[in-house]
Structures are given as structure tokens and as C-alpha cells.
Design a protein around this ligand. Structure first.
Ligand code: PRP
Length: 197
């Protein structure tokens, strides 16, 4: 079987659930090139460690790394909520810690989306206790209307509307992350998924 055709038909199966594309693949690509250029200038000579929080950041981080032209290292964290209540209080559980020590390092924390800011706030506090030289945050998407804690974001790709969006790492029940663009799910799809609960 032709692999190109297989992957194209899988994508169209997901695309048919999309109501409207909000940010196109090319817009994402161009913005990441700009951010990569900025980071390469700002961190010249600093050998930064980029830290991503799994899983949504996977796509952005992989593309961003290839747009950065200076030496960098990369590591990952994975978090899980104890409960919805705990998460609402900004408490998350580290289920995968860093492999690389961060003391005296320049850290660039990379997120796919900052929403309430609670996850990031918790993780930044945790990382600061490990005495890095600096920590800055880079997020591709910002849902600033949802923010519950004020956080300094040094690099932001796009502001997202107060809507449920999927694609380019953003999921709905673990689905749609692999869409190359960001779009709105059809209301009928949302209703169907809710019915299936
Ligand atoms: C997303 C994102 C952040 C968090 C932001 O992860 O990657 O880690 O939500 O939300 P907040 O600002 O309201 O705390 P999610 O929990 O969706 O997991 P995923 O990356 O595996 O999709």
C-alpha cells in the first residue's frame, strides 16, 4: 500500500471533524521560524536547556528545535493531576522528572499552551528551587483570557480565542493532536463525544 495515501486518508478522517481552521499549517511554520530566530539571537553563547512538558508540546518542540541555530540541549517533564480539585488549586504531580541537572543553567521552558497558568506556575516554582541561572517561558499558544495567575511569557506564538480548539498538539480526549493546523471542532462532534461518555 502507498504510505503517502495512507497518511493522507488518516488526516482527512480527522479533518472532517473540524468546523473551521483558525491557524493554518503555514502560519504556524512561519511563526516558529521567527521564534527560533529570536531564541537563537537571545541565547547566543548560553547553551540553553529547553524543557518541554509532555505530551502536547511534542510537535512544537520538535519543530522549534529545528529552527534554532545555536547549540541547545533538551529535556522533558511529565505531569499528571492528582484530581480536578487539586489541579484547580494549582497542584500537579511530577510523573517524569528531568534527566539533566539545571543548576547554573539557562532554562527555556517550552509549552504548547498556557491556559489558567496553574501548571506552569507550579512547575516554575519547582524548577526555581533547583537554582538555574535563568528561566524564561516560550509558549506557542496563549489562552490569556483563562489566566488565573500572572506569569511572564517571553515568547508567544499565537493568542487563542476562548473556544475549544484542537490540532498541532492540542487534543480532545487524546485525539486530533496530529492535525497540522489548529481548528475548531464541529459542535456535532463535541456532542457525539459527550454522549459517548
Ligand atoms: C496542557 C498544556 C499545559 C497545561 C496548561 O496540558 O500542555 O501543560 O495544559 O494548562 P493550564 O495553564 O490551565 O495549567 P494537558 O493537561 O492538556 O496535557 P497534554 O499536554 O498531555 O495534552
Amino acid at each position: 500500500m502507498n504510505n503517502d495515501k495512507t497518511s493522507a486518508s488518516q488526516l482527512s478522517e480527522l479533518t472532517q471533524d473540524i468546523d473551521r481552521i483558525l491557524i493554518t499549517e503555514i502560519e504556524i511554520k512561519n511563526r516558529i521560524i521567527e521564534i527560533g530566530r529570536q531564541i537563537s539571537n537571545d541565547y547566543h553563547g548560553k547553551n540553553p536547556l529547553l524543557i518541554g512538558v509532555l505530551k502536547g508540546v511534542l510537535f512544537f518542540l520538535a519543530d522549534l528545535l529545528r529552527c534554532i541555530t545555536i547549540p541547545v540541549e533538551v529535556d522533558f517533564l511529565a505531569v499528571s493531576s492528582y484530581s480536578t480539585e487539586a489541579r484547580n488549586k494549582g497542584v500537579v504531580r511530577l510523573v517524569k522528572d528531568l534527566d539533566i541537572p539545571i543548576q547554573d543553567r539557562h532554562i527555556l521552558f517550552v509549552e504548547d499552551v498556557v491556559d489558567t497558568g496553574l501548571t506552569l506556575n507550579y512547575l516554575l516554582k519547582n524548577l526555581k528551587m533547583r537554582n538555574p541561572t535563568s528561566i524564561q517561558v516560550c509558549t506557542l499558544f496563549d489562552k490569556s483570557k483563562h489566566r488565573l495567575v500572572s506569569l511572564p511569557l517571553s515568547y508567544v506564538g499565537f493568542e487563542l480565542p476562548d473556544r475549544f480548539v484542537v490540532g498541532y498538539g492540542l487534543d480532545f480526549r487524546e485525539k486530533y493532536r496530529n492535525l497540522p493546523f489548529v481548528g475548531l471542532l464541529k459542535p456535532s462532534v463535541l456532542a457525539r463525544e459527550m454522549d459517548g461518555e
